[in-house]
Design a protein around this ligand. Structure first.
Ligand code: FMN
Length: 91
């Protein structure tokens, strides 16, 4: 199964969660964990699972994650399972 986990970070919490997910899915064949700024459009092709994680800043994902999500072509992720997560202040 081809899996891509994309994250952004300011301090590192979101990267830690992304990498833990990558390790937990480690029995799968093909897993990449990448910071959003390093993702190339072609890396979205042929995925079975895409996971996107963002730090919460001002009640929203970081600008880099918002920009990335706005630019993802629908055709690139058609048929791809997608999940999202965030990290935030604890309450
Ligand atoms: C500028 C800034 C704005 C934030 N805004 C929110 C917020 O609106 N809600 C929230 O729950 N946490 C907020 N946080 C806390 C972060 O989402 C939280 O610390 C997160 O785990 C940081 O992830 P990172 O270590 O990957 O950067 C904010 C943090 C910063 C630095």
């Amino acid at each position: 199964m081809k899996v891509l986990i994309i994250y952004d970070l300011l301090f590192g919490n979101t990267e830690k969660i992304a990498r833990a997910m990558g390790n937990a899915l480690g029995f799968q064949k093909d897993i990449e964990v990448l910071r959003v700024s390093r993702v190339k459009p072609e890396q979205l092709m042929g995925l079975e699972l895409l996971i996107v994680g963002a730090p919460t800043q001002g009640g929203r994902p970081t600008q880099a994650i918002q920009d990335f999500l706005e630019k993802v072509p629908e055709s690139a992720v058609k048929g791809t399972n997608v999940a999202a997560f965030d990290t935030r202040f604890s309450v």
